[in-house]
Design a protein around this ligand. Structure first.
Ligand code: AMP
Length: 212
Protein backbone atom coordinates (compact mmCIF):
# COMPACT_ATOMS: atom_id res chain seq x y z
CA UNK A 1 0.00 0.00 0.00
CA UNK A 2 1.05 3.57 -0.60
CA UNK A 3 -0.35 5.90 2.03
CA UNK A 4 -0.02 9.61 2.74
CA UNK A 5 -0.58 11.07 6.19
CA UNK A 6 -1.86 14.62 6.05
CA UNK A 7 -2.55 16.89 9.02
CA UNK A 8 -1.32 19.89 10.94
CA UNK A 9 2.02 19.77 12.80
CA UNK A 10 1.44 17.87 16.02
CA UNK A 11 -1.79 16.21 14.85
CA UNK A 12 -0.22 12.79 15.39
CA UNK A 13 0.77 11.87 11.82
CA UNK A 14 4.17 10.49 12.82
CA UNK A 15 2.79 8.41 15.69
CA UNK A 16 0.02 6.86 13.58
CA UNK A 17 2.35 6.38 10.62
CA UNK A 18 4.76 4.40 12.82
CA UNK A 19 1.95 2.09 13.97
CA UNK A 20 0.56 1.50 10.47
CA UNK A 21 4.09 1.02 9.14
CA UNK A 22 4.68 -1.80 11.61
CA UNK A 23 1.31 -3.42 10.91
CA UNK A 24 1.78 -3.42 7.15
CA UNK A 25 5.58 -4.00 7.19
CA UNK A 26 6.23 -1.03 4.94
CA UNK A 27 8.62 1.85 5.69
CA UNK A 28 7.59 5.33 6.78
CA UNK A 29 9.28 8.16 4.97
CA UNK A 30 9.25 11.28 7.12
CA UNK A 31 10.64 14.21 5.15
CA UNK A 32 10.91 16.26 8.37
CA UNK A 33 13.05 13.51 9.90
CA UNK A 34 15.30 13.22 6.83
CA UNK A 35 15.71 17.00 6.70
CA UNK A 36 16.55 17.22 10.42
CA UNK A 37 19.19 14.53 9.92
CA UNK A 38 20.63 16.56 7.03
CA UNK A 39 20.79 19.58 9.35
CA UNK A 40 22.64 17.52 11.97
CA UNK A 41 25.06 16.23 9.32
CA UNK A 42 25.50 19.71 7.83
CA UNK A 43 24.86 18.51 4.27
CA UNK A 44 24.09 21.10 1.54
CA UNK A 45 20.34 20.38 2.01
CA UNK A 46 20.75 20.72 5.78
CA UNK A 47 22.49 24.08 5.43
CA UNK A 48 19.63 25.46 3.30
CA UNK A 49 16.98 23.95 5.54
CA UNK A 50 18.28 24.89 9.01
CA UNK A 51 17.04 28.47 9.16
CA UNK A 52 13.76 27.67 7.38
CA UNK A 53 12.90 24.90 9.86
CA UNK A 54 13.73 27.14 12.81
CA UNK A 55 11.40 29.81 11.40
CA UNK A 56 8.62 27.26 10.82
CA UNK A 57 8.75 27.72 7.05
CA UNK A 58 8.87 25.08 4.33
CA UNK A 59 12.02 23.89 2.57
CA UNK A 60 11.90 24.64 -1.20
CA UNK A 61 9.78 22.19 -3.22
CA UNK A 62 12.56 21.14 -5.63
CA UNK A 63 14.84 19.98 -2.79
CA UNK A 64 12.15 17.96 -1.01
CA UNK A 65 10.86 16.46 -4.27
CA UNK A 66 14.35 15.17 -5.16
CA UNK A 67 14.79 13.78 -1.68
CA UNK A 68 11.53 11.81 -1.94
CA UNK A 69 12.25 10.69 -5.51
CA UNK A 70 15.54 9.14 -4.33
CA UNK A 71 14.09 7.61 -1.20
CA UNK A 72 11.13 5.87 -2.83
CA UNK A 73 13.36 4.35 -5.50
CA UNK A 74 15.11 2.30 -2.83
CA UNK A 75 14.48 -1.43 -2.49
CA UNK A 76 12.55 -1.34 0.78
CA UNK A 77 9.83 0.76 -0.89
CA UNK A 78 8.98 -1.92 -3.47
CA UNK A 79 5.91 -3.19 -1.58
CA UNK A 80 4.66 0.23 -0.58
CA UNK A 81 5.44 3.03 1.85
CA UNK A 82 3.93 5.68 4.06
CA UNK A 83 4.65 9.35 3.45
CA UNK A 84 4.60 11.41 6.64
CA UNK A 85 4.90 15.14 5.98
CA UNK A 86 5.02 14.90 2.17
CA UNK A 87 3.48 16.30 0.03
CA UNK A 88 3.03 19.65 1.76
CA UNK A 89 2.22 21.75 -1.31
CA UNK A 90 0.18 21.23 -4.47
CA UNK A 91 3.47 21.42 -6.40
CA UNK A 92 4.84 18.47 -4.40
CA UNK A 93 1.62 16.47 -4.90
CA UNK A 94 1.79 17.01 -8.65
CA UNK A 95 5.46 15.96 -8.68
CA UNK A 96 4.58 12.78 -6.78
CA UNK A 97 1.94 11.93 -9.34
CA UNK A 98 4.39 12.68 -12.18
CA UNK A 99 6.79 10.17 -10.57
CA UNK A 100 4.09 7.58 -11.33
CA UNK A 101 3.24 6.96 -7.69
CA UNK A 102 -0.32 5.68 -7.37
CA UNK A 103 -1.49 6.51 -3.87
CA UNK A 104 -4.05 4.17 -2.28
CA UNK A 105 -5.22 6.46 0.51
CA UNK A 106 -4.60 9.84 2.06
CA UNK A 107 -5.37 9.88 5.78
CA UNK A 108 -6.10 13.39 6.98
CA UNK A 109 -5.82 13.60 10.76
CA UNK A 110 -7.90 16.55 11.95
CA UNK A 111 -7.07 18.33 15.21
CA UNK A 112 -8.16 21.93 15.89
CA UNK A 113 -5.50 24.64 16.14
CA UNK A 114 -6.37 25.25 19.79
CA UNK A 115 -5.83 21.57 20.62
CA UNK A 116 -2.58 21.48 18.62
CA UNK A 117 -1.20 24.45 20.57
CA UNK A 118 -2.30 22.88 23.86
CA UNK A 119 -0.76 19.49 22.99
CA UNK A 120 2.52 20.68 21.51
CA UNK A 121 3.85 21.74 24.91
CA UNK A 122 4.00 18.08 25.95
CA UNK A 123 5.69 16.72 22.84
CA UNK A 124 9.08 15.06 23.39
CA UNK A 125 11.38 13.51 20.82
CA UNK A 126 14.43 11.30 20.84
CA UNK A 127 17.22 12.93 18.85
CA UNK A 128 18.97 9.56 18.49
CA UNK A 129 16.26 7.18 17.17
CA UNK A 130 13.50 9.76 16.36
CA UNK A 131 10.83 8.12 18.54
CA UNK A 132 8.18 10.61 19.63
CA UNK A 133 6.31 10.79 22.92
CA UNK A 134 3.88 13.01 24.78
CA UNK A 135 4.17 13.70 28.50
CA UNK A 136 0.39 13.13 28.97
CA UNK A 137 -0.90 11.12 26.03
CA UNK A 138 2.01 8.88 25.14
CA UNK A 139 4.63 8.95 27.89
CA UNK A 140 7.87 7.00 27.66
CA UNK A 141 8.02 4.02 29.99
CA UNK A 142 11.48 5.31 30.94
CA UNK A 143 10.31 8.76 32.02
CA UNK A 144 12.53 11.44 30.55
CA UNK A 145 14.54 8.94 28.50
CA UNK A 146 13.62 7.14 25.29
CA UNK A 147 12.11 3.72 26.02
CA UNK A 148 13.60 2.34 22.79
CA UNK A 149 17.23 3.51 23.00
CA UNK A 150 17.64 5.18 26.41
CA UNK A 151 18.63 8.62 25.03
CA UNK A 152 17.46 11.67 27.02
CA UNK A 153 14.30 13.08 25.42
CA UNK A 154 14.15 16.70 24.26
CA UNK A 155 11.76 19.33 22.91
CA UNK A 156 12.23 19.97 19.19
CA UNK A 157 13.56 23.47 18.49
CA UNK A 158 10.61 24.19 16.19
CA UNK A 159 8.04 23.10 18.82
CA UNK A 160 8.27 26.44 20.67
CA UNK A 161 4.85 28.18 20.92
CA UNK A 162 5.77 31.00 18.46
CA UNK A 163 7.13 28.57 15.86
CA UNK A 164 4.12 26.28 16.25
CA UNK A 165 1.82 29.24 15.45
CA UNK A 166 3.88 30.02 12.37
CA UNK A 167 3.85 26.35 11.29
CA UNK A 168 0.05 26.26 11.66
CA UNK A 169 -0.27 29.38 9.51
CA UNK A 170 1.99 27.80 6.86
CA UNK A 171 -0.05 24.59 7.11
CA UNK A 172 -3.37 26.34 6.46
CA UNK A 173 -1.98 28.40 3.59
CA UNK A 174 0.20 25.87 1.76
CA UNK A 175 -0.77 22.34 2.83
CA UNK A 176 -4.49 22.38 3.57
CA UNK A 177 -5.38 22.88 -0.14
CA UNK A 178 -4.20 19.26 -0.53
CA UNK A 179 -7.40 18.13 1.22
CA UNK A 180 -9.47 19.29 -1.76
CA UNK A 181 -6.84 18.03 -4.20
CA UNK A 182 -6.98 14.46 -2.85
CA UNK A 183 -10.70 14.60 -2.12
CA UNK A 184 -11.33 15.37 -5.79
CA UNK A 185 -9.25 12.30 -6.64
CA UNK A 186 -11.42 10.21 -4.26
CA UNK A 187 -8.45 9.36 -2.04
CA UNK A 188 -9.07 11.42 1.10
CA UNK A 189 -10.25 9.90 4.38
CA UNK A 190 -10.50 12.18 7.39
CA UNK A 191 -9.89 10.89 10.90
CA UNK A 192 -10.71 13.15 13.84
CA UNK A 193 -7.72 12.98 16.21
CA UNK A 194 -8.80 11.74 19.66
CA UNK A 195 -7.37 12.49 23.09
CA UNK A 196 -6.24 8.86 23.45
CA UNK A 197 -3.82 7.80 20.77
CA UNK A 198 -5.19 4.23 20.66
CA UNK A 199 -8.62 5.66 19.75
CA UNK A 200 -7.06 7.59 16.86
CA UNK A 201 -5.25 4.40 15.82
CA UNK A 202 -8.53 2.44 15.77
CA UNK A 203 -10.16 5.09 13.57
CA UNK A 204 -7.10 5.23 11.31
CA UNK A 205 -7.02 1.45 10.81
CA UNK A 206 -10.78 1.45 10.13
CA UNK A 207 -10.33 4.23 7.57
CA UNK A 208 -7.58 2.23 5.87
CA UNK A 209 -9.61 -1.02 6.16
CA UNK A 210 -6.66 -2.64 7.92
CA UNK A 211 -7.46 -5.23 10.63
CA UNK A 212 -6.65 -4.21 14.18
P1 AMP B 1 7.83 17.82 10.29
O1 AMP B 1 8.73 16.97 11.13
O2 AMP B 1 7.08 17.03 9.25
O3 AMP B 1 6.93 18.70 11.13
O4 AMP B 1 8.78 18.81 9.45
C1 AMP B 1 9.65 19.73 10.09
C2 AMP B 1 10.07 20.81 9.12
O5 AMP B 1 10.78 20.23 8.02
C3 AMP B 1 8.92 21.59 8.47
O6 AMP B 1 8.45 22.64 9.29
C4 AMP B 1 9.60 22.10 7.20
O7 AMP B 1 10.46 23.18 7.46
C5 AMP B 1 10.46 20.92 6.80
N1 AMP B 1 9.70 19.98 5.92
C6 AMP B 1 9.34 18.71 6.20
N2 AMP B 1 8.66 18.15 5.17
C7 AMP B 1 8.60 19.10 4.22
C8 AMP B 1 8.01 19.16 2.92
N3 AMP B 1 7.33 18.11 2.41
N4 AMP B 1 8.14 20.33 2.22
C9 AMP B 1 8.82 21.38 2.70
N5 AMP B 1 9.37 21.40 3.92
C10 AMP B 1 9.28 20.28 4.69
Amino acid sequence: MKIIFLGAPGAGKGTQAAIVSQKLSIPTISTGEIIRESVRNETPLGKTAKELIEKGELVPDNLVIELVRNRISQDDCKNGFILDGFPRTIEQAKALSEMGVDIDAVVNIFVSDADIIRRMGGRRTCSKCSATYHTLYNPSAKGECCEKCGEKLSVRADDSPETVKKRLEVYHRQTQPLEDYYNDLGKLVTVVGQEKLEDTTRLTLEALKVND
